[in-house]
Design a protein around this ligand. Structure first.
Ligand SMILES: [Ca+2]
Ligand SMILES: [Ca+2]
Ligand SMILES: [Ca+2]
Length: 760
């Protein structure tokens, strides 16, 4: 009955190949706050993350964006009133039934799911409503900017004179939210459509899922299919057993071993070591490799940024203390003197060999492994030739005249970010120095900005890389970023996947608009590391009170939040926070915990967990990330649940002796590998959208699609500590992880386990 009254008939038709969720059909843009700085800073190495210090604005701001633009958020006569109208004054036709408990195959309802309605053009959607009393009905949704009237973009429905209203439109693949606007002002859900989405704010809208047409996702390389891996070069693989320490940097007593605790010293990993492990990465399913900055770095050991709480001395093993030559970029192609690779990790040829090995690797997607360098533009080493030659390019210390700047007491002192918490300061946020030996570039002047942009473009071109991870982007003026994007667009004519991928780091777990202000693929970043997602995913999967239903609702609003064309990088672990395995084990209960002296230097505090449960929970986090939009990031070692506290304990040398790993570690790696390798062969995972079929606190069944009906992937997750039965949509499936066949309907999921299924 419901099917014959399909409110939204969606059918098969050749859909433009570029179509994907959100393209060009977002809700009206929201003016984000103009705050451009935060506590974006790592207290240890100045890598542009603040580790433990969370100066995050209140949660309440985090979702002010798109909801405000939507009908529910804007008007008092929301859906409750509408529902009343529905059931009393006008009433739905007697033959229109809203299934209170949709059958397991609800997801395949011909009325709601393009591609399962064989024989008609896919993407063609007919909205229908029976409403004899209405004088006008308009379809308003995420596909037309929520226009309530035809004048504002809404789609007018036509009446047959007998109370049947309808409108037919062509829709791109996606999960499209909408409502009907009756008589100009009454917003109602589609009474014939059982599918709704309730957002975090409480808004509920009808939703239709347009699965796209066969062949609608071309096989060419697309960044959205990528799986990124971050290798910190010094800590990834020491291929020759040799290191070149700097004098005085702190290491563990008795010398470094993987189990012997943290080190601030160079520990011997090299570019050649990364190159030697390219086959490992390719096999793991990695298709984009981010390496720590390969540029010449500071040569002397240096104190922690806050020596009062951390007495250790650090080297620049992490690459965040660039020591540029006084390079002249008058000839952009032939700078003099030539920029230098950090000698402790290799030389120019080693770097070329690494890029070449990655690009020619036999990767899971058949496109090799793309390469991203970390680029650090906020500051330079006080002892660098560049600083010596151009001191005026940097924010000067106080000269002793006039009133002293914040937290400066005597002439000659630099304005530091931390002591007076200047991270969010409208003036000092882009001018304060992370520490006294890392003077801050003054990019409000043209010459240093031109130098820095020229330097970034030279490295990108010279080594033929595919993207940058831009460190501490909030602490440089925006004009640096827009100039870089413009130069890259002009100078790199055929980037992989149509774009030189720029991902930024803006350390904010709560306020998405703080990240969003830097995201615009045409003029700024392609995306940012998704800090809010890390927090939500960690809470949902790792904490006892976590809820997958809460996460499902939040993530539905997060997909597409950063605007058309944005590609965020999703992550569950990185080099600035304690290792993910300790969040998964429950040892760390606060999902925003960062690095500070007390959790960073005690080798006894963060042991390798022995219990398999922690590794299984971490695998579930990876299963969600790797079947969701955004480029999932694997921080080196997280694929084996490598232990470690805060920075630098979270940067232990990668263990390469497989025999020393536990069964649980190897099992985790096998799952990550299987999931990662899927993204190349199942583009819907990265390019498509999700439809939640069923969700509760511990279980979640969803479909991912957008590349044609045959390409739909079904995912079933049980985060709980006991076995659960879940209902799969009707169908015949292949287990894409474990192999074998699975039938639709009820299926048992073991504790902390998941299924990823393709249609057979
Ligand atoms: Ca070495
Ligand atoms: Ca050096
Ligand atoms: Ca700065």
């Amino acid at each position: 009955m419901t099917r014959s009254r399909a409110h939204a008939r969606i059918a098969l038709l050749a859909t433009p190949a570029l179509a994907w969720l959100g393209a060009g059909c977002e809700p009206p843009p929201v003016t984000p706050p103009v705050t451009v700085v935060d506590g974006n800073y790592n207290p240890i190495d100045g890598s542009g993350s603040d580790g433990g210090r969370d100066a995050a604005p209140p949660d309440a701001l985090s979702d002010a964006g798109p909801d405000a633009a939507r009908p529910d958020g804007a008007r008092p006569d929301g859906i409750h009133q509408d529902a009343r109208l529905d059931s009393s004054s006008d009433g739905a036709r007697p033959d229109v039934r809203q299934d209170a408990a949709p059958p397991p195959d609800a997801g395949h309802d011909a009325g709601h799911d393009a591609g399962h309605d064989a024989g008609v053009a896919c993407g063609t959607t007919t909205f229908t409503l029976y409403r004899p009393s209405a004088t006008s009905v308009v379809v308003a949704g995420s596909f037309n900017g929520w226009g309530a009237t035809p004048q504002t973009g809404g789609w007018a429905m036509a009446s047959d004179g007998a109370g049947n209203w309808s409108a037919t439109r062509q829709l791109e693949p996606g999960a499209w939210q909408y409502k009907f606007v009756v008589d100009g002002s009454t917003w109602i859900l589609d009474p014939d459509n059982p599918d709704t989405i309730s957002e975090e704010s409480g808004n509920t809208n009808s939703v239709i899922y347009v699965w796209g047409c066969a062949g609608s996702c071309p096989a060419a390389f697309d960044w959205r299919d990528s799986v990124m891996y971050f290798a910190m070069v010094d800590r990834f693989h020491d291929s020759d057993g040799h290191s070149v320490p700097v004098s005085g940097a702190s290491g563990p007593p008795g010398g470094y071993t993987a189990a012997n605790g943290p080190s601030g010293q160079y520990e011997g990993g090299e570019l050649a070591g990364v190159t030697a492990k390219i086959p490992y990465l390719a096999d793991l399913g990695v298709t984009a490799l981010w390496i720590s900055a390969p540029y010449d770095n500071r040569d002397s050991a240096s104190p922690a940024v806050n020596p009062d709480s951390d007495s250790h001395q650090y080297s620049a093993y992490h690459g965040y203390w660039p020591r540029p030559q006084n390079t002249d970029y008058a000839d952009l192609q032939n700078p003099a003197p030539r920029p230098v690779v950090e000698s402790r990790i290799g030389d120019e040829q080693d770097l070329r060999d690494l890029v070449n090995a990655a690009h020619t690797a036999s990767s899971a997607n058949g496109d090799g492994i793309k390469v991203l360098f970390d680029y650090v533009m906020n500051h330079a080493d006080l002892e660098s030739p560049l600083y010596a030659a151009h001191e005026s390019w940097f924010v000067p210390p106080w000269n002793g005249t006039g009133s002293p700047p914040p937290c400066v007491t005597e002439a000659g002192q630099r304005v530091l970010c931390a002591p007076c918490d200047l991270w969010n300061d409208s003036y000092w946020g882009t001018r304060c120095a992370f520490t006294s030996y890392l003077p801050d570039f003054d990019f409000y002047q043209d010459p240093p900005r031109a130098w820095s942009v020229a330097d970034a473009v030279w490295w990108a071109r010279e080594y033929g890389i595919d993207g940058y991870r831009l460190d501490a982007i909030k602490h440089v003026p925006l004009v640096w970023l827009t100039e870089l994007r413009s130069r890259l667009d002009g100078d790199i004519l055929d980037p992989a996947g149509g774009r030189f991928y720029l991902v930024g780091e803006t350390f904010d777990y709560d306020v998405r608009d703080t990240l969003k202000v830097f995201v615009d693929p045409a003029t700024m970043l392609d995306g940012q590391f998704d800090f809010p997602l890390k927090k939500k995913l960690c809470e949902a999967v790792f904490t006892p009170a976590g809820r997958l239903d809460t996460f499902a609702g939040w993530s539905a609003g997060n997909d597409g939040y950063y605007g058309p064309g944005a590609i965020m990088t999703t992550w569950i672990g990185n080099h600035d926070v304690p290792r993910a395995i300790h969040f998964a084990s429950g040892q760390i209960g606060n999902c925003t915990e960062g690095s500070y002296a007390a959790n960073s230097w005690d080798p006894a505090s963060f042991q390798q967990p022995g219990d398999a449960a922690a590794y299984e929970r971490l695998a579930i986090a990876f299963a969600i990330m790797l079947t969701s939009s955004g480029i999932p990031l694997i921080y080196y070692g997280d694929e084996i649940g490598l232990a470690g506290g805060g920075d630098p304990d979270n940067r232990r040398l990668m263990p390469w002796n497989d025999a020393a790993l536990s069964d649980a570690q190897r099992a985790l790696r096998a799952k990550v590998r299987a999931l990662a390798r899927l993204r190349g062969s199942h583009p819907a995972l990265g390019r498509g959208f999700k439809k939640t079929v069923a969700v509760d606190q511990d279980t979640w069944v969803y479909q991912v699609g957008g590349c044609g009906p045959e390409q739909i992937v079904t995912v079933a997750i049980n985060r709980g500590d006991s076995s659960r039965s879940v209902n799969l949509p009707a169908g015949s499936y292949t287990d894409l992880i474990g192999g074998g066949d699975v039938d639709g309907g009820p299926v048992d999921l073991g504790a902390r386990s998941f299924l990823v299924l393709g249609l057979r």
